[in-house]
Design a protein around this ligand. Sequence first.
Ligand SMILES: C[S@@+](CC[C@H](N)C(=O)[O-])C[C@H]1O[C@@H](n2cnc3c(N)ncnc32)[C@H](O)[C@@H]1O
Length: 386
Amino acid sequence: MANIPSTLRSISKESFASESDRQQAVTEARALIARLETPWETAFRQSWIEPSRMACLEIGNKIGLWTKWVADGSAPKTIEEISKLVTCDIQLLSRVVWQLAGTNLLKVVKPGVFGLTPFTAALGDGPQIASTVTLYFEVQGPALHTLPSYVEDLGFKNPTDQVNGSFAKWAKAPLWEWLKEHPDAEKVIGTVMMTYAGNRPTLSQVYPTDKLLGGTTNENNVVLVDVGGSLGHDLLSFSKISDFKPETLVLQDRAPVLENAGELIPAIKKMEYDFFTPQPVEGAAAYYLHFILHDWPDADCKKILSNQKAGMKKGYSKLLLHEVVLDANEPKETGTASDIAMMAMVSGMERTEAQWTALLGESGFKIVQIYHHGLGAESVIEAEIA
Ligand SMILES: C[S@@+](CC[C@H](N)C(=O)[O-])C[C@H]1O[C@@H](n2cnc3c(N)ncnc32)[C@H](O)[C@@H]1O
């Protein structure tokens, strides 16, 4: 047993033959920590270490520490050297740096000299990873902190009302309404969605997208409508699979989101659309809803689905839902964490295959096939009008 710590220290990302081996090792390492820690250590980690660490990361975001350190060349620095990068009281800065060094997000290169780790370097390398920390403080954290008292108010019923949900209890407005008054948080959500998409299997990696290229029958030859497609990241990635004619891919979302999406490519047409109204693009090859229905309770999902049917051509148009399919027998943390976060933020939920089948069936659709990727919990559900 004596050499276990040194064996563990010798393991790195490069130790694995494949990405799935590496991911499996991460899962095993988390399970190992759960087995090794005493109840007190678990309690201390989750109530003191992790929240304090998140607070320090966001302080770093706010003072521009990460971007400035990376822009300065990312070399290890003393506290005095770090303090020259930012406007921050040196005692406050030291405490932030010590907590992050104490929790492995900065490394102690030699006594008193601190270096970036891949994670803190990523915080400084554009807004993608940094925005996940900010979103936690702006939206997820308040919604999750309110959740226990919110479900208590409900008499411990499963939340199914977004307008009067947990986030709304805290913010005095449901998320999508609140965002209208909080344009910075709107940008952060778009960036987080882009980050999420960039780090998970794309539509083409999960679904045989060649099925969508066999000629179109609608007037405008629209191949894919990305309903609630955020900044267009999924369509940009999909656009690489073929040489698409102008405006044959349609990005639909709320107006402020489309504005944040900026200039895209000629193949992508931006279209303001509220999915609680009938789908205006008729007869496209496919209507793609990526992480849309998990934002909504069943009653709202049925309205969204029925509105998509209004544009779909029966026997031709496909409905593609890119969503978590929860395995109730062997739950995975990626799916279950998102399930609880959706409960807190939007009274939404992740669904099991049986729940998807029932929801689609009750909305007049039938499932053709569910495509699983193997890594993670997300799948693509291909459905058509029943
Ligand atoms: C969880 S995000 C998913 C974004 C994108 N599909 C992805 O996977 O990256 C949900 C999206 O739904 C959009 N949305 C919310 N309510 C909407 C509505 N009523 N009509 C259209 N889009 C809406 C949001 O603006 C947001 O872009």
